[in-house]
Design a protein around this ligand. Structure first.
Ligand SMILES: [Zn+2]
Length: 991
């Protein structure tokens, strides 16, 4: 799954916080106008209470991997609801605690083999569906219970039946005698208790009939709609990862419980259904007029969360057995995905040396989709912006995103679908791997984009910030209930996962890495696996290639990265009069080091180059720093070098700190306009990011860091500038409420001058121009306009006014697509209600998904409090702004100093309603609060948040702890560093 869907760079507002913020309006409408459906506030509150109760109860039930016999003792419990809060999650390292106190796993006594599912959905009226399922199971130990998952389904008790499979393969005519059937709401279990014993080794078939509602939450089996000439068209589709297949049919909903699925789905004659497998036959529905049945081919063994189907009136285009689907008036924009999809598929088959096992692939762009995309086997679902690309209208960024997301999801077809993590704790393997492959597949499709160079700034350096908090978590992380499972689809799993896989690919070398993977995929196909299984195959390959000596294993190395939280900083120092360089490792944190953090140690691959060698190509480690606090490296070239740089291309997941002399020598080299480019761009980005963060964490004085940034005056590289701007965004967000913001602004504008002049405010329309230059321009102009660059702002308003005066602005937009983000934001930021309303009208009228995103982000740039309140209110009204886009709106509003407080107030007053509107997953609300508190840096703001958490009676779990730590760190940062940076900037201005 691709979850990230937030703009890459923020549009920070440069003025001081407005002190007269308007009172928030608290009325929030939760009904959708028109005839289709409405959800009253009362219903919403009831729903949210129900969900919260369910979630809370989950935490209370002790469930020790029960066998059937044990489960009997708990029989009779229905939905258990208490008003008490869930316990604070225990650390998985806490060995004394009971391990499964939040566990909601199925008993291991039964294994599903085959599912035969029929579904009859109504795509109008009350959107109900009826269905039946026959599940063939094998019994692994004698028991009296069949326990499976079901959620929000009515299962007909009178139709339930269990038949034994006779030795000849026939079903026994008599059903086993059923004692009772009941739900265990807190575990989302449906249990059939029998009088007759299920015998170990025996096979049985369970028959169930059920019905449910095609929900409007974007999970399970859900509906969405779009308009054609003011007529509403409905789409019914699925999103099952992680734990929502159980909302569509009763099933054994755990990733390791793979089975073959055969689906039969009814639909209106004028629509189409696509699913994981191709349709075998279609026949008229005997009772519903104008309905037909589609019968799909049986799938290969797969996990429940990968089952998918979508019913729509979409059209498609195909290339061989690869098809893309979209609404008819957008299908032209699917051409690009269709042109890159098969190329990537071929690349991956070659990379894994394993043939794609399914007969076809469909990709479909859905009008409403929570994540970015989902890798269902053979039917990949997307939100429109992640699959549709309209040349000439969409941005270069949008084009790259399509390629990345398609690459990500296709990589999952092997890594995740063919071989699946045994449990969600290992989801990082799936997501880390797919996120890493995004870069390789994009490089295969368009090498001129130099995507591999972008990796350090897009993935590694962004997750470095989160992983430096002491409330971060280890990447391979125990999770138990659905709430925790949904929370683990986070940056740690994706970005840290991809970064340590990249590190491994570099230390194993590409051929060895690929051979190991290929053997793993072949050996474990149609099965589930743990990270240890992968380490096993990679170790074998590394040893047979002589890369690792007998006593070492990939597991020994990688466990230090996956089973420990955080990452190290390696401090290097030279010994006078010797050939020894001393390495010392310690966990990198911003503040609050605990003793536990200090004892963490890693196996660290060491690469380096010197001022004399300037070799930034060799990323294979010349040595390893073992799991010891200090290590001495004897190397005459190093000890006598003018300077050295460790961690070539930043392939290792660690920071590097040097002694003052080495920092000074590197800085001098960077200051040399003729020679600074001898240091590779990725390493220039590394130096900037390391030095700024080392200062932020008080490992070195800010003076050292700020001195190094002086060289930016002649830096023209995109990747180093990305590293610099993301670091200055942090300082900017701390300074923006201070009286010295002008010092920072003037310094940065001075440094930006040359690169601004190079990119200019002109973007040649069309495809001919260098895409890297287009991307760099968009980033540099965003920073310049944000800082109040005069020309940038006046150019932006001029472009916007041109558009305003264009006849029929919906059909004719004279602004080049790559400049639109900057132009819209600046025009709305410095404009009035008029500009805002003009942009909102264009948002309503445009049919281009990427353009809608740009406008939604820009609408948050306003400085007018009432406009921002109105905007937030509209985002949850369910009328003009899609549910899937709520995050974008909140991220945009939270990204300015005015908007942030407004977003916080709005959330504080309306979080329960928003939670109900979004379908009750608390992780959504946590994310919104993360946006709104990002630049909190005073004790007062900290207590505001903490008081809110107390009043709302929230569980003080990891997401809340992370927000609190983030704010505490910023408060602390202000106390420690603000004055010294001001002093440095004053000196710089005088110089
Ligand atoms: Zn994924």
């Amino acid at each position: 799954m691709v979850v990230k869907e937030i703009p890459l760079h923020e549009n920070l507002s440069m003025e001081n916080r407005s002190t007269n913020a308007a009172t928030p309006t608290t009325t929030t409408t939760f009904s959708r106008s028109g005839r289709h459906y409405s959800l009253s506030l009362t219903t919403a509150v009831l729903l949210v209470s129900f969900f919260i109760c369910t979630l809370l109860a989950v935490g209370f039930i002790v469930y020790n991997f029960a066998t059937c016999a044990q489960l009997q003792a708990e029989a009779g419990e229905e939905i258990i609801c208490t008003s008490v809060h869930r316990n604070k999650p225990k650390s998985s390292q806490d060995d004394g605690a009971p391990k499964y106190d939040r566990d909601v796993r199925l008993p291991r006594s039964i294994r599903p083999l085959k599912y035969n599912i029929t579904l009859e959905p109504l795509l109008s009226g009350n959107f109900s569906f009826t269905g039946s399922v026959q599940i063939r199971i094998r019994v692994l130990e004698d028991c009296y219970n069949i326990t499976m998952h079901a959620e929000e389904l009515n299962i007909s008790r009178s139709d339930a039946a269990v038949h034994r499979v006779l030795p000849g393969g026939e079903l026994d005519g008599d059903s086993l005698r059923i004692h009772k059937q009941y739900l265990v709401g807190a575990k989302q279990f449906f249990v059939i208790e029998l009088y007759d014993k299920l015998l170990r080794g025996g096979e049985y078939v369970v028959h169930l009939r059920f019905d449910g509602i095609i929900q409007d939450f974007l999970q399970g089996f859900y509906r969405s709609s779009y308009e054609v000439h003011n007529e509403t068209r409905w789409v019914a589709s699925t999103q099952f990862q992680a734990t929502d297949a159980r909302r569509a049919f009763p099933c054994f909903d755990e990733p390791a419980l793979k089975a073959n699925f055969t689906l039969h789905i009814a639909r209106p004659r004028n629509m189409t259904t696509v699913s994981n497998m191709p349709i075998v036959s279609t026949q008229d529905h005997p009772t519903i007029p104008n309905y037909v049945w589609d019968h799909f081919a049986e799938s290969l063994p797969m996990s429940t969360y990968l089952v998918a189907y979508a019913i729509s009136d979409f059209t498609h285009i195909s290339s061989g057995n690869f098809s893309v689907w979209a609404r008819a008036d957008a299908i032209k924009s699917a051409q690009y995905a269709l042109s890159v999809g098969p190329t990537i598929l071929t690349f991956l088959q070659d990379f894994f040396n394993t043939t794609f096992p399914l007969p076809k692939i469909d990709m479909i762009a859905l009008p409403e989709f929570q994540a970015g995309a989902m890798e269902n086997w053979g039917l990949i679902t997307f939100r429109e912006t992640a699959m549709l690309y309209d040349p000439g209208v969409a941005t270069a960024n949008n084009k790259q995103r399509v390629v990345s997301v398609v690459g990500h999801e296709l990589a999952h077809q092997w890594f995740g679908n063919l071989v699946t993590p045994s449990w969600w704790s290992d989801i990082w393997l799936n997501e880390g791997f797919a996120s890493y492959m995004e870069y390789l597949t994009a490089d295969a499709v368009a090498p001129e984009w130099k995507q591999l160079d972008q990796f350090v700034v897009n993935e590694l350096q962004t997750v470095f910030q989160l992983d430096a908090l002491s409330t971060s978590h280890q990447i391979s992380h125990e999770v138990y209930n659905p709430q925790e499972i949904s929370e683990i689809f986070d940056k740690i799993s994706y970005a840290k996962g991809s970064t340590i896989i990249r590190m491994m690919a570099h230390f194993l070398t590409n051929p060895v890495f690929r051979r190991g993977l290929s053997k793993y995929l072949k050996e474990m196909a149609y099965n589930s696996a743990t990270q240890d299984d992968l380490w096993h195959f990679l170790t074998n390959e590394a040893k047979s290639s002589g890369l690792l000596d007998r006593s070492r294993s990939v597991k020994e190395i990688m466990d230090t990265w996956t089973l420990q939280t955080g990452y190290p900083v390696v401090k290097l120092s030279r010994h006078p009069n010797s050939n020894v360089v001393r390495l010392e490792q310690v966990r990198f944190v911003y503040t609050n080091t605990t003793r536990e953090d200090e004892s963490l140690l890693w196996w660290i691959p060491i690469t380096f180059t010197t001022a004399a060698e300037l070799n930034f190509a060799n990323t294979r480690p010349t040595t390893w720093m073992p799991r010891t606090k200090t290590y001495e490296l004897e190397n005459r070239n190093l000890s006598t070098a003018k300077w050295f740089i460790f961690n070539i291309q930043q392939t290792g997941y660690y920071r590097v700190n040097y002694d003052p002399d080495n920092w000074w020598a590197i800085t001098s080299h960077l200051m040399d306009e003729k020679h600074f480019e001898e240091i590779a761009p990725a390493n220039r980005a590394q130096l900037l990011d390391d030095v700024m963060n080392l200062a932020r964490g008080s490992y070195i004085p800010y003076e050292t860091a700020m001195n190094l940034t002086r060289y930016l005056g002649h830096e023209l590289g995109h990747v180093p500038w990305k590293a610099a701007s993301s670091n200055f965004i942090f300082i900017d967000s701390m300074f923006v409420n201070s009286g010295d913001y002008d010092l920072l602004k003037n310094y940065l504008l001075k440094k930006l001058k040359r690169v601004y002049d190079q990119v200019g405010f002109h973007d040649s329309q069309g495809e001919s121009e260098d895409i890297l230059l287009q991307l760099k321009r968009a980033d540099i102009l965003a920073v310049a306009c944000h800082l109040g660059h005069q020309e940038c702002i006046s150019e932006a308003s001029r472009h916007f006014q041109n558009w305003v005066q264009t006849p029929n602005p919906d059909a004719n937009n004279p602004i080049s697509p790559n400049l639109r983000g900057v132009v819209y934001c600046a025009a709305i930021q410095y404009g009035s209600e008029y500009e805002w309303d003009f942009a909102f009208d264009r948002y309503l009228k445009t049919n281009v998904p990427g353009e809608k995103d740009l406008l939604l982000s820009a609408l948050g740039c306003s400085k007018e409090p009432w406009l921002l309140y109105r905007y937030l209110r509209r985002s949850v009204a369910g009328q003009h702004i899609r549910k899937q886009d709520l995050f974008r709106v909140f991220a945009a509003v939270s990204s300015t100093v005015v908007g942030q407080q407004i977003a916080f107030d709005f959330l504080r007053n309306n979080w329960q309603e928003i939670n109900a509107y979004m379908g009750s997953q608390m992780s959504h609300i946590h994310t919104l609060f993360k946006f709104a508190t990002k630049r909190f840096n005073s004790k007062f703001q900290l207590s505001e948040f903490e008081n809110f958490v107390k009043d709302a009676r929230w569980d003080y779990g990891r997401p809340v702890q992370q927000i609190v730590e983030q704010i505490e760190t910023s408060v602390d940062w202000m106390n420690r560093n603000y004055k010294s940076i001001v002093k440095w900037l004053q000196n710089e201005e005088r110089a």
